[in-house]
Ligand binder design. Structure first.
Ligand code: ADP
Ligand code: ZN
Length: 624
């Protein structure tokens, strides 16, 4: 929900601006605005400054693209990411908008040509890298040009406290000083108060309203599973739910990235590695293929993702635990920017908590920093362990009250875990750890509890203990779950001195005495989350179309995708720049056989109709 403007919008136009709507429809082929877009567009078109906070995929681009088209002059977009600028401009050119970039990838002649077009009034939108904008030459150029507005994308990069700080963003305060009468719109994903304040201060937005959209990403299905064999779980997840889809798999280490990519390729999933150990050429090539081609899975360390604008990433999978809920949310947020059903899937186990704790313990940071890091890790672990709605947890963490206590689109809502009184199991486990001197790891404790006579058990004479075999009522997998949850609850902790050993904490006493309640969750065996896609009546998997009851013709979807790949390759642009998946699905569902019918499909504006209309209709007719 947009928060009401703190200052009145300076605009003179009527409430429903026919111009804005008609440009939205003719140029972008879209029937209507989303959320606060309309209000923002009206405000900026009317000459107002503002700050826009919207989650990834919320539709920030239109908030400055439309006012740039509606106002006199050229909209200047400051963006830190060259790949993103390039793809945005490619998309705008496809829609018939006069757009260009000004960054270090241009030769002197190319840059001069762009500058000449700007001065001649031949550009609607110009994307400029921040360091470029700050040069005297560029500021001078802008002084002579007719500027419609300044849009500062990824505005959180001005924050020195944030994780994406870019020193050149600090210099952007010059925009407000040099061009006080040109409207400024700063855009960013959800950011905390400190970052917001920094953006407002640096960009001179003190009296400007903020438009804050909900953090929620309703089309993303959250799912966190017990880690058994992460690689085979991942393969099954992709095969069952996302065969042929584009996705990102995050791993902590380079070795694991390579290993996982190889395993996926072996199982027939086209996967490419991405990590800092690869040379720049290979990294760029793999990233380009992921963006441009259909259905590629990229396996990456967290180095990958910032500035990836690909709208049709259908899943983000974590094989290792991220550092915090913020990181998890940012990484999973790269799925489903186009609003279509997508998955955020994570496999998580005891070793993840132990590993992250160790990384924090061994880091050279100050004690206060370590404490904050541990707090952030604990919050993420409790998200992973909750038996309640994941989405409510996430939104609550960001200070938002969810519309409903249950979202209906996370694993816990779709297949509620059993929650049981685990006091006795916890006591057995804790006394087992205690009686063995708090020197052993999970595996050995489980061996003792289930009564397995391993070499080690015999060696330490642990078969003579009273706890030997007292846990035979649970299996190994269940015991692993008990241990993980006791660690997550803080009754048991990895020993920072002896690797792998589990120690009792202060709070364990209360559990052993029976004073502390312990509720344990258990995933219901056999309860599987079905595909995020729906099955068509014919039983084939058909992509689901949000808000549409019809079923897409799968043969036609295939034909349209193949056509799109061909066009994208010839034109040298990403496939999604030619047509979005949602547009392909729209065509395959309503199967228009006239240009007028095709024009009604969201994503088909005037230019696309002109360029591709006949070919698309021929494909529809050929599919019968
Ligand atoms: P952001 O920059 O906030 O991550 P984008 O501007 O890239 O988001 O938009 C995300 C996706 O949503 C794009 O695929 C875009 O076409 C689509 N979109 C944006 N606004 C609308 C709208 N009003 N109607 C339909 N689709 C929209
Ligand atoms: Zn839920």
């Amino acid at each position: 929900m947009p928060i009401p403007a703190t200052a009145p919008a300076r605009n003179t136009k009527s409430d429903t601006d026919p111009d804005a709507l008609s440009v939205l429809n003719h140029v972008f082929g879209l029937p209507g605005f989303r959320g606060a877009q309309e209000e923002i567009v009206r405000h900026v078109t009317g000459g107002g400054n503002c700050l826009v906070l919207m989650p990834t995929g919320g539709g920030k681009s239109l908030c400055y693209q439309l006012p740039s088209l509606l106002r006199k002059g050229c909209g200047i977009v400051v963006s830190p990411l060259i790949a993103l600028m390039r793809d945005q401009v490619a998309g705008l050119l496809e829609a018939g908008v006069k757009a260009a970039v000004l960054n270090s990838t241009l030769s002197y002649e190319e840059a001069s040509a762009v500058e000449a077009r700007l001065l001649a009034g031949d550009l609607d939108l110009l994307y400029v890298a921040p360091e470029r904008l700050l040069t005297p030459r560029c500021l001078n150029l802008l002084g002579r040009a007719d500027v419609a507005l300044f849009a500062i994308d990824e505005a959180h990069c001005v924050s020195q406290w944030g994780h994406d700080f870019r020193p050149e963003y600090i210099g952007l305060s010059v925009i407000a000083e040099r061009f006080p009468d040109v409207p400024r719109i700063a855009l960013t994903a959800p950011a905390d108060d400190l970052t917001r304040k920094e953006i407002v201060d640096r960009l001179g937005l003190n009296n400007a309203p903020s438009f804050v959209a909900s953090f929620d990403r309703p089309n993303i299905r959250y799912e966190i599973v017990d880690k058994q064999n992460a690689q085979s779980q991942l393969k099954a997840f992709i095969a069952e739910r996302h065969a042929g889809d584009a996705g990102i798999v995050y791993c902590l280490s380079r070795a694991k990235v390579e290993d996982t990519a190889a395993a996926l390729n072996k199982s027939g999933v086209e996967a490419l590695p991405y990590h800092a150990g690869l040379d720049a050429g290979t990294r760029a090539r793999n990233q380009d293929r992921f963006i441009n081609e259909d259905g590629i899975v990229i396996v990456a360390t967290v180095a990958f993702g910032m500035g990836i604008d690909k709208p049709d990433v259908r899943f983000v999978a974590h094989l290792d635990l991220p550092k915090s809920i913020e990181a998890y949310y940012q990484e999973t947020g790269r799925a489903g920017r186009d609003g279509k059903p997508s998955s955020a899937w994570m496999a998580y186990g005891l070793s993840d908590i132990v590993q992250q704790r160790r990384m924090i313990d061994e880091s050279t940071g100050a004690e206060a920093f370590k404490r904050v890091s541990i707090g952030k890790l604990d919050a993420l672990v409790s998200l992973a362990e909750t038996a309640n709605c994941r989405r409510s947890r996430l939104l609550g963490y960001f200070g938002e009250t969810p519309a409903a206590a249950k979202c209906g689109n996370c694993d816990n809502c779709l297949s509620p875990p059993l929650v049981r009184d685990g006091k006795v199991a916890a006591q057995k486990l804790l006394s087992c750890a205690y009686r063995t001197g708090q020197r052993f790891g999970a595996m050995h404790l489980i061996d003792i509890l289930v009564g397995r006579l391993t070499e080690r058990v015999t060696q330490f004479r642990h078969d003579k203990l009273s706890v030997f075999g007292i846990g035979a009522d649970l299996n190994e997998k269940q015991w692993r779950g008990v241990i993980r949850q006791l660690v997550a609850m803080g009754h048991l902790a990895p020993d920072s001195e002896a690797f792998g050993a589990l120690k009792l904490t202060e709070t364990a006493r209360g559990v052993l005495k029976g004073e502390t309640e312990v509720m344990l969750r258990e995933q219901v065996a056999g309860a599987r989350i079905r595909s995020v896609r729906t099955k068509s009546r014919r039983g084939d998997i058909a992509p689901q179309i949000a808000g549409s009851g019809g079923a897409a013709n799968p043969g036609l979807v295939g034909a349209l995708r193949a056509w799109r790949s061909g066009v994208a390759r010839t034109r040298g642009v990403p496939a999604y720049v030619v047509l979005h998946d949602a547009t392909i699905d729209g065509i395959a569902t309503s199967r228009p056989t006239t240009l007028a019918g095709l024009r009604n499909i969201p994503g088909i504006g005037d230019k696309k109709l002109e360029h591709y209309g006949d070919e698309l209709i021929a494909l529809v007719k050929a599919a019968g």
